[in-house]
Design a protein. Structure first.
Length: 363
């Protein structure tokens, strides 16, 4: 979800062009420059972002495919397994669809070819970004009940699936304005007398309050969810770490049983805590990846003509870190590999069998 919203009025384009992208004039040596040549120069601003997204696509697809296959085939059915698979599916979608759409946008900064494709792109980006945020909420609710109220009725697998679907409903509710508000808009190129076309705010909504309201709404949702997630996991961490009372409270049910039952119950408690802290790591990694994007997008939105005034090096830095929220798709598999012993063992088993040299037959 990017905060790009540069617009201009047709009558003031030449004046704005004198102020925009002054770094580019010295790079255009031909007397009759074309829009395509200017577009190539604008693409230089996005080299860092293109490299980052390319890395995320490769690493994210490889990592999340391993997660999806191994958790689906090797792990027993549970809410934990469901949430890991759900997050890996969102990660694969982000790497296979959302990130390539951004790359297409970055290589056509002033020559975007289709308004319909622009609207589809913006809806897709907002939808799956909000879906990822909402997935964190679903997981936190389930983990909170598991740790804070272990003896009450827990969220069933069926209910967990419905909650995942509900997160898509929330994503759709917050994303439907995107294809209406976004579209093709004419933008300065840095060359007097030549304008480009960019996938930004639809011209019909220029100088209206609808785009500011929409940006504020999506940002407010992220801020509220982030604060709520931090509070929930802080409460969970305190519960787990406070003098071992969580373990004593849950295991008290088994005190009247035999010793083998106690050992089994203790192991179950340990696994519950481990899984909870795995999701805590995933959640805070998501917040760490998404926060720079939202801060930079807000800066873009609040600073008039920021895109025009950025130097080439400043733009390269900006358009690298503004896509930071995609990093989460590549980081999650690393978290599972570090935190989940069974997942590590399955990976070792998978590649141990693949890399083991064939046995020589002896006669």
């Amino acid at each position: 979800m990017t905060g790009d919203n540069i617009t201009e009025s047709p009558g003031t384009a030449p004046a704005q062009s004198r102020q925009c992208f002054s770094w580019m004039i010295s790079t255009l040596t031909k007397p009759n420059v074309t829009l395509e040549a200017i577009n190539q120069q604008h693409t230089r601003r996005f080299y860092g972002g293109l490299a980052l997204l390319g890395f995320i696509i490769v690493a994210g697809i490889l990592g999340n495919v391993h997660v999806l296959v191994l958790y689906y085939r090797k792990f027993k059915v549970s809410n934990y397994r469901l949430f890991i698979i759900w997050l890996s599916c969102l990660g694969i979608i982000n790497c296979c669809i959302s990130a390539p759409l951004i790359i297409f946008y970055l290589v056509h900064p002033i020559t975007y070819p289709s308004e319909g494709f622009c609207k589809v792109t913006r809806f897709t980006l907002y939808f799956f970004a909000v879906a990822s945020t909402s997935a964190m909420v679903v997981i936190a609710i389930e983990r909170y009940r598991k740790i804070m109220t272990p003896h009450s009725t827990q969220i069933s697998l069926k209910m967990a699936k419905l909650m995942c679907l509900l997160s898509l409903v929330v994503a759709g509710f917050l994303s439907w304005p995107a294809p209406i508000l976004f579209g093709l808009t004419r933008v300065p190129t840095g060359v007097i007398g030549i304008e480009g076309v960019r996938c930004l705010m639809d011209d019909s909504y220029t100088n209206t309050i609808y785009m500011p309201i929409y940006h504020f709404s999506t940002l407010l949702y992220f801020v509220i969810v982030t604060i709520w997630l931090i509070v929930v996991y802080v409460c969970i961490a305190k519960k787990v770490l406070k003098s071992g009372k969580f373990k004593d409270r849950v295991s008290s049910v088994a005190l009247t049983s035999n010793s083998s039952m106690r050992g089994s119950n203790g192991s179950c408690i340990s696994k519950t805590v481990t899984k909870t802290f795995t999701f805590l790591a995933v959640t805070f990694a998501y917040i760490a990846c998404a926060t720079p994007h939202h801060v930079l997008a807000l800066l873009f939105f609040l600073t008039r003509d920021l895109d025009c005034r950025l130097s080439l090096s400043e733009a390269q830095v900006y358009y690298t870190f503004v896509w930071s929220y995609f990093l989460n798709s590549a980081i999650n598999p690393c978290i599972y590999a570090y935190r989940d012993r069974q997942f590590r063992q399955e990976l070792k088993s998978l590649y141990g069998e693949c890399c083991r040299p064939p046995r020589r037959s002896t006669r």
